[in-house]
Design a protein around this ligand. Structure first.
Ligand SMILES: *Cc1c(COP(=O)(O)O)cnc(C)c1O
Length: 397
């Protein structure tokens, strides 16, 4: 189907909650995607941090195909091996004790909020304030909207069901003032993705840990976007040395298939009794097989090292562009979650980059966001920089 026809049917039959880019994708291979005319694009967005191994990784395809012959879904009423093997692996890389599997980031955060309720209620009935960050994004269910403060997503849906208190990321005084015995949890993205690629500082995370301990609140790290390797470590907060009570995961976990997970300490896990939570689809055999393959490939192909090396190069190249183009205000992020903040609204700049063959997007109105797949090499970076240079040089300032 050509793009015009497709757009018409999409508009007519699919709920208009997404403003799509004028691009139809039909195929992917490695770090490239192709449109219906065979035009090739370098994908530095990875399906919003999902396709961490790019497209069609043979290990992932094989894991899925092999498992298809046996079982797709059984329900969580029965024992199955692959989810257990995946849980072992997640526990091993995180040092957390228990895992709950769900299907998305919002669902993972939904459980994190329920867990902080359970914990809070063991202290007092009115311990119900969730400390969250300005410019945060945790999902679009009613509970996760309550702790989300970017782009006014929550505005039309008031009243929400939780009691949030918003503080500024990295403002230690504000955090110290906000947290008290009424605090049920502190929820932080170590790198705010939707909010404009804002990076939490080490001392801030450490203070959050200290305050949560002091006031019997849970420290929840939402690693849905920045976790599972993207920063060059398995978990985005590792550099700070803290250990959260709860970690939420999703985007890259299923290597393209929908999967979320909540990792927690033994202490938090012990609050949950049979029936307190559940998910019909949580961790079917296919997505578990795909997720195991994803984690195996990170290890086998030394992708964390690759991210560290190539990311340093990408930062260097972006900073060179910044020196040449005065409308670039800042280059920031960590590993393969990074953004360039522009002096003016980014407008349609990301669309121009796409037209020239580089897929990326725009967050927080002025930040061009890059989430390249973990298999990105310096050669791909050169290609991306070449396209940016071409598009930027045509901008009249
Ligand atoms: C995308 C995202 C979510 C929501 O995940 P969904 O799978 O869309 O529900 C939550 N938190 C963060 C940090 C995210 O980037």
């Amino acid at each position: 189907m050509d793009l015009l026809q497709l757009k018409e049917l999409d508009d007519k039959y699919i709920l208009n909650s997404y403003k799509r880019y004028p691009l139809q994708l039909v195929k992917g291979e490695g770090v490239y995607v192709y449109d219906e005319n065979g035009k090739k694009y370098l994908d530095f967005l990875s399906g919003i941090a999902v396709n961490a191994l790019g497209y069609g990784h043979p290990r992932v395809l094989k894991a899925i195909k092999d498992q298809l012959e046996f079982l797709i879904h059984t329900s969580n009423l029965f024992y199955t091996e692959l989810p257990v093997r995946l849980a072992c692996k997640l526990s091993e890389i995180s040092g957390m004790n228990k895992v709950f599997f769900c299907n998305s980031g919002a669902e993972a955060n939904e459980l994190a909020i329920k867990l902080s309720r359970l914990n809070a209620k063991s202290f007092s009935e009115d311990k119900n304030v969730l400390i969250c960050m300005k410019n945060s994004f945790h999902g679009r269910t009613m509970a996760t909207l309550s702790v989300t403060k970017s782009n006014n997503y929550a505005q039309k849906f008031l009243p929400l069901i939780e009691t949030p208190a918003f503080v500024e990321l990295n403002n230690k005084d504000q955090l110290a003032q906000a947290v008290n015995d009424k605090t049920a949890c502190i929820i932080i993205e170590t790198v705010q993705g939707e909010g404009g690629i804002n990076v939490a500082e080490k001392e801030y995370l450490q203070l959050a840990r200290t305050l949560a301990d002091k006031h019997n609140a849970l420290l929840v790290i939402d690693d849905v976007q920045a976790g599972l390797g993207r920063t060059g470590d398995y978990f985005s907060f590792e550099f700070s040395g803290i250990k959260p009570d709860v970690i939420t995961l999703a985007k890259p976990l299923g290597a393209g298939l929908p999967m979320g997970a909540v990792l927690m300490t033994e202490k938090v896990a012990s609050l949950v009794k049979y029936g307190d939570h559940g998910s019909t689809f949580g961790a079917n055999c296919i997505v578990a097989a795909s997720a195991i393959a994803f984690l195996d490939v990170i290890e086998e192909e030394n992708l964390l090292d690759n991210i560290k090396i190539v990311s340093a190069y990408l930062f260097e190249q972006l900073n060179t562009l910044k020196e040449r183009y005065s409308f670039i205000k800042e280059v920031r992020g960590r590993g393969f979650i990074l953004g360039i903040e522009l002096a003016n609204l980014a407008g349609k700049l990301h669309l121009k980059l796409m037209q020239e063959g580089l897929v990326c997007n725009c967050t927080a109105e002025r930040v061009i966001r890059f989430l390249p797949p973990y298999i990105t090499t310096k050669k791909h970076v050169d290609e991306a920089i070449f396209i940016m240079d071409k598009v930027f040089s045509e901008i009249k300032t």
